[in-house]
Design a protein around this ligand. Structure first.
Ligand code: GLA
Length: 730
């Protein structure tokens, strides 16, 4: 039983393999947070709710709200009633006041996990997950708040979500609805998060939690390149293998906020949810609002354990695509090869050469439709450009398939160019504020996805093309952030729903897509990793990680992504040098080793790259085939981090049965007079003997784990090696 309720103590205990989460009810019916940490074997008391403590104003303890609510550890704090820390729910009633106070009513415990209406969310079979729903009520507002906790025992994950129902007779306005809160004592916590920009996504940052509120967020309409919807609080000694880690990851692809707040009493409140900036939701009588899911993870063995919990969880309980555990085709994409300058013959010449080297799919990127010869027109006009593809798309697809490759295509369905037939026909389909010229970005506007007919048009544009030819793969791109938020479809007092409705629109379209085309391999993208989040993983098993394909930049970007996401979801390609974004030249082999820690593919003009690079491709393809199963299913270990100032980067993927491990070592800068580097491997069986495939040398597991493995200094910058260890047959 993963979830227990002790009626006499009024305590819920949620257990995963190695963690426990404890919730207690106060005599008033407040739902309090007692504990999250290493697994407890016995039910605890509710003393940590601090109900016996003297109030902080000098008086007797009369349980006056105003003297204890501000330090009561709340599961889901509401605004306006005297808890002055960050609230999770702010409700404005028809009389204009803002206050909400919720009390426990009843609860249910069930096997399995209900789906979330209109939103991506984790799933699991009845023997994999149990769900607790705590029903609370504000008796004045007649508002029901359902706090849901799903316990994924094996993966050490607890997910939370919240549903709000208006059971009264008046309209309520939800001004803030977060998805999760953790009230804890401060343990000198540091915040760990990912941030960046276009072409440098997911850089790791860490800093002390100071007094007051420190947040990361997006107000850009997507989760964003800039800050990632993930926050961890870690104790100062935390490394890959030591320290306590409390992580929260948000299953949402729009505006978010994640915050740590250190209070007057030295407590810490951590919250995660939809960014309340420019958010408000009208909740009519009888209606409900479903907040997105938050994923909670605790590790007392450092970051590595958190990473492996999340990887297992996303693989088993978030990614639905049939490609999850299937061999993915090795693709070649023509974006960096040709940009907009291509035609049928050029694409076929790439396909012919790619086929010779074992590449399995050609992806035609941007520029195949309308009159799009650069990025200033035609989004929305999803008709083949007959100058480039005179015989049409089915003809091209069939020819590519005759060559022996599958075919993939690029779309940007959420967008509309001012210079497009679509815009001329439907200027009102654009997100804009009346009387104000909407801002352009990359010469494009954003479609108003709150309008059902716009979603239908955008979806049908994609589906019509997919129905017209045997297309195996779709890259769904989204290349600008949102502003000038106005919709001619929504009433004046519903304009603040637009950001969220936009995200719901994206989800609805992708749901239709994966339902109608279950065999399609979908890759999401947003100018690289601008919408790389768990929400998108629910629809696509892989996401393009960054427009920066420079192998050295990718070390940081992929290290950040791989801290949270399985390698099989991280879009990574080998491109030509000098790299188009950085101008840097790196060895072709190193580019291959780095791309191997992701989906692996090519993004270059194979008909023109230097001979010495070209002749490495068959070997790289072979290497990818040999190790893809391990990368898809194995346990990931970060051994050394260049981004954290080590002179080299090193990671390892070990098979779950510990029979093999692949170690990748990248020497970023050569250092003179250093002869070798010692790395300590992980995830091996100490008692097993391992053969290093490249040399035949034999090591015991314990030697590799505790004494280490010596990697000889390589000659030159940006050099790399793979080491494959295989358990000897005993
Ligand atoms: C975005 C993507 C690129 C490419 C271009 C095409 O930037 O991230 O991979 O598809 O759009 O315009």
């Amino acid at each position: 039983m993963a979830i227990q309720f002790d009626l006499s103590k009024k305590i819920f205990k949620l257990d995963t393999c190695t963690t426990s989460y404890v919730i207690g009810l106060s005599p008033e019916g407040y739902v309090g947070h007692i504990y999250y940490g290493p697994r407890l074997n016995f039910m605890c008391t509710n003393s940590l709710l601090r109900m016996e403590e003297r109030p902080y104003t000098p008086s007797v303890n009369r349980r006056e709200k105003c003297s204890f609510l501000d330090f009561f550890p709340m599961e889901y704090p509401t605004g306006g009633i005297g808890d002055y820390r960050e609230s999770c729910l702010d409700v404005r009633s028809e009389n204009g006041s803002m206050a909400c106070e919720i009390f426990y009513q009843h609860h249910t415990i069930q096997k399995g996990k209900p789906a979330l209406n209109g939103l991506p969310a984790s799933f699991g079979a009845e023997n994999e997950v149990e769900t607790l729903e705590i029903f609370c009520e504000d008796p004045v507002l007649k508002l029901q708040v359902v706090l849901s906790y799903s316990v994924f025992v094996q993966e050490d994950i607890i997910t939370r979500n919240v549903k709000i129902l208006n059971q009264g007779t008046g309209r309520l306005r939800l001004e803030k609805v977060y998805s999760a809160c953790l009230d804890m004592d401060n343990e000198e916590f540091e915040m760990l998060y990912l941030c960046g920009s276009w072409a440098r996504e997911n850089h790791l940052r860490r800093g002390k939690v100071r007094r007051g509120r420190q947040r990361i967020s997006s107000n850009k309409g997507e989760s964003g390149h800039q800050e990632h919807p993930f926050l961890a609080l870690v104790t100062p000694e935390t490394t890959q293998t030591t320290g306590k880690v409390y992580g929260m990851h948000f299953v949402y692809s729009g505006n978010f906020l994640a915050q740590a707040e250190q209070t007057q009493f030295g407590q810490v409140r951590m919250v995660m949810g939809i960014n309340p900036e420019e958010f408000c939701w009208n909740l009519e009588p009888g209606c409900e609002f479903q907040a997105p899911e938050a994923v909670l993870v605790y590790s007392n063995e450092g970051l590595g354990k958190m990473t492996r919990s999340l990887h297992d969880f996303y693989r088993s309980h978030m990614i639905r695509s049939k490609y999850l555990y299937q061999k993915r085709p090795i693709l070649i994409n023509n974006w960096e090869a040709t940009y907009f300058d291509f035609d049928t013959e050029k694409l076929l010449s790439i396909a012919r050469e790619a086929q010779k080297d074992g590449i399995e799919m050609l992806v035609m990127d941007d520029g195949w439709f309308g009159k799009r010869n650069c990025d200033d027109s035609s989004l929305g006009d999803w008709y083949v450009n007959e100058e480039k593809l005179p015989q049409g798309l089915p003809d091209l697809v069939n020819k590519v398939r005759e060559i022996g490759l599958e075919f993939g295509i690029w779309f940007e369905p959420e967008m509309i160019s001012p210079d497009s037939g679509l815009y001329r026909a439907h200027p009102d389909w654009v997100i804009r504020i009346p009387g104000r010229e909407p801002g352009q970005s990359r010469a494009q506007y954003v479609l108003d996805l709150s309008r059902p007919e716009v979603r239908d048009y955008a979806y049908e544009s994609v589906a019509r093309i997919l129905r017209s030819a045997p297309i195996s793969y779709l890259k769904w791109d989204m290349n600008r952030q949102l502003c000038d938020m106005g919709s001619s479809y929504l009433a004046a007092d519903a304009q603040q729903e637009l950001f969220h409705r936009y995200v719901l629109g994206v989800y609805e379209m992708q749901e239709r897509l994966v339902t109608e085309f279950p065999d399609l391999l979908l890759e999401n993208c947003s100018s690289g990793g601008g919408r790389f989040d768990p929400g998108m993983l629910y629809y696509s098993p892989q996401i393009w990680c960054s427009d920066d394909t420079d192998a050295m930049e990718r070390l940081r970007i992929q290290e950040g992504a791989a801290m949270l996401y399985p390698l099989s979801s991280i879009g990574a390609h080998i491109s030509d040098c000098p790299n188009h974004v950085t101008g840097r030249t790196t060895p072709f082999a190193t580019r291959g080793h780095v791309a191997l820690a992701g989906t692996f593919g090519y993004e270059l003009d194979i008909t023109r790259i230097p001979k010495e690079d070209r002749c490495q491709i068959p070997g790289q393809v072979e290497t990818c085939r040999r190790y893809q199963h391990l990368i898809r299913t194995g346990d990931y270990y970060r051994i050394a981090s260049w981004s954290e100032a080590a002179p080299y980067d090193c990671w390892e993927v070990a098979a779950k049965d510990r029979r093999e491990a692949l170690v990748t070592y990248v020497q970023v800068l050569a250092v003179p007079n250093i002869h070798s580097r010692k790395v300590l491997l992980q995830g091996l069986a100490p008692e097993k003997r391992y053969i290093l495939e490249e040399t035949g040398e034999v090591y015991t597991g314990e030697e590799l784990i505790y004494c280490g493995f010596l990697i000889k200094e390589l000659y030159g910058d940006c050099q790399s090696r793979l080491y494959h260890f295989v358990a000897a047959k005993e």
